[in-house]
Every structure is written in C-alpha cells, then in structure tokens.
Write a protein that binds this ligand. Sequence first.
Ligand SMILES: [Ca+2]
Length: 471
Amino acid sequence: MSASQLACALIVISGLACTTTESTPDDGSPAHVAQPNLLLILADDLGYADLGFTGCTDIPTPHLDRLAAEGIFCTDGHVSASVCAPSRAGLLTGRYQQRSGFECNLAGGEGLLAGTATFPQQLIEAGYQTALVGKWHLGAAEHNHPTALGFEHFTGLLAGSRPYFPQIQTAPGRQRRIERDRVLVPEERFSYLTDLFTDEGVRRIEERDPARPLFLFMSYTAPHGPMHARPDLLERFASIQNPRRRKYAAMVAALDAGVGRLRAALDEAGMGDDTMIVFLSDNGGATNNASDNGTWRGMKGSKWEGGQRVPFVLHWPGHWESGTYASPISSLDLANTFLAAAGADPLSSSDGVDLVPHLEKRVSQPPHAKLFWRRSVARAVREGDWKLIRVEEPDGTMRAPILVDLATDPAELVNRASTDPERVAHLDALLEEWEGSLLPPRWQTGEVWRNNQRKKHEMGLIGREAERKVP
Ligand SMILES: [Ca+2]
C-alpha cells in the first residue's frame, strides 16, 4: 500500500470521506494522480442572460453566481447543437454528433447507437462510480439506456420533458415516468420534479462508495417547458408582471437552490475542495419559456449566438484561479477535460480539447481554431470572430450566405457576405470539408421545423418578440 493509499484508508477508517484515489499506469509506475470528484450540472433551455452573473436583474441566482465567482466563467462557451438531444449527444461523446447521424432532435425511439463511446464509460474504467440524475433524451431502447452507456445509476426520465408535478390521475408513459435504478418511482413519492432531482443528487453524494471518486451528472429539465412552478416560489416573484416570466423565474430559482444544496452536500461530505464542477445549459433560451438571451441574437434552434452560446462555468478549486476566459470553447471539450482531470485516457474519437492546460495558464493558443454546427437545413462555421451561416431552401438550393463579424457586431445585425466574398469562399470550403466527414442524419425533423429554421435565419427577423413567434 502506498503512503497516499494508507492515508486514504486511515481517513476512511476514521469515518471521514476520502475523495482521492490513485491510478497506476500500465507500466506499473505510480501516476500520483489524485482523481477529483466530477459534478456536471446541465440546465435545459436556460436563457443566456437569466443568471445574476450574466446580467439578470429580476431572478436572483446566488448559488450559480457564487459558482461563477469562484470558478471560471467562459464568456465564449458553446454547445454543439441548439436543441436538446443532439446537444447532449455531443456532450457525452465529445464528438460532433452528426458524425454518427445524430443530427436532429429526438422525438421517437432512435438515439445513440449501441456501443457508442461516452466519457462516463471511460470514467468507470478509470475507477469512477457514475450516476445520472434527470433527463436523458438520447434514446429509450435497451442499447441506449443510460445504464448501457456509462451510468451505473440512473434516476430520471428517458424523454426530453415531462410535467413537474406528480401525475397521479393519469400515469405518465414509459419515457416520462421516473425510474430509479430500473424501478418505477411512484408519482406520489415526490412533489416537484426539480426538487426530486436535487434530492436524488444529494443522496448520490451521501451514499457514494467512499473508496471511488464520483462522477455525478445532474441533468435538470428546468427551465424547459411545461411551465410548472412551485406555488411558494411563484409567490416570491409576485412582482414580475408577465405570468410566464414569473413561472420561469420560479423554475430557475428552484434550479439555483438545487445547485446550492448539491454544493452543501459536497461540503458536508468533505468533497467540496476536491470536486470539479461544470455548469452550462444544453442550448439557448427557448421561444416558449419567457427566457432571455440578453444581447445575443436568436433563440433555441438557431445558429445565431442566442441559440448555441450558453452560460458556461468550470470550477476546480486548488487548480484554476477564478476569473473569466474569453476564447471559444465547446461542450465537446468536456469529455476530454473530465478524463484528463481523472488521469484517464482521452476519447480518441473526440473532436473536443482537454481544457485543463488552457484554463490553468489562460495564455495559450485558443483551444479551437474552428467550430461547426449543422442541423437539418441550417449550418454554420466559426473561425476566429467570423461566422458563416448557410441555409438550404426547400428546393435544395442554398440561400445567399450570412457572414457576421462577432468582434465588431456581436448582435449579428450586419451581413458582410457581399463585401467579403473571399472570406465567404474560405469558410464555405471549411464547412464543406467538415460536412464531408459526417453521416447523413439518421432521422429528420418535420417540414414545419425545417421551415421554422429557415425563418429563424432570415436577416429581417429582428427582435426578441419576432423571434419568439418562430419556435
Ligand atoms: Ca434544451
């Protein structure tokens, strides 16, 4: 037994939590890697500007603000899709989800392919215990159940949303009911979905195996619709006149309180100083939940910044100085970032970058020279501060390109394509090369949604109220 293992054993014997373990490489030499606990908190359809640290004034979010103040707020942080399911597929695999045909949102029974490489699976192999609490939305078959793709424990729903209150009269269908380690949780056993998830997360922390580090993925449905809010929290926001916004505020408040309770549970277990916490939303604010993306143009479902730039915080006490980080990062980076922190092998299939050295030094080259997006009829490429958006018309032809310069025009109001054709050609070529590496979508979205995507990217559709009319 090594000295650190002995110390660990003594800590366990003394009744305190031991949150570090040591991995040994194949050659037998000690790695001396203390494996941190990992807590990933994902919000759903959260507006960019709906948190205190992103400028919100009507919804206090003290716990998320504290996390941002103590951690690193990545101000140019992106997800790989602006709708739920493909964004989550990219996050868990660290790979552009379109490479396996997971391009469109999920409404039926398809989803991740059997045997898909995920970072939680890799964490198990590195000695972690893994748990998912909340929304899955990556398939409902046996081969893509969370427990088949890297989660030892799963408490939550397989679908993308469900009512927040118990459904006593009419039991929810298979994908919307709550299961806990494959056993149905009776609706009578909880009072509000967000609180149930927090309770389960706290339980996972309290009941973990202290001999192994923990990866806990808190996949809240809040503040995705339906707009169901706790009455006491609605009362707290009585001063908000818009009833939908008031419900939204109450839903965000429950999420923020959950973050506070999770951190308190980590501290209580002696894990607070040895846990990396990452927080982000799976996409930008939606058209139907009264969210606010602030100064960004566009909402959920679009290639504008409001669709895919999200509040993104990484927190690792003792490793990273608090502050902000301005280079573009992607949710695709989380897989290899977590794996690097865990001393595990990276996912070789990943398109993401290990952010650890970037966030340690803050002076290195930007992690990404280019970022890409595509979902059905709309696609985009970002290089430096330039972004090209391309939209396919119903007859298969491409609409005139949209070129924006985020450095001088962060609101994306000016299309510079006609004055910079060389840059358009260059970005078009990058996009074409990337698209050549993708599979065709394994399923499509309906014609209504394809047309909405086309409308979302009309230069003349300006202003939040106009955007909200095109879901
Ligand atoms: Ca979402």
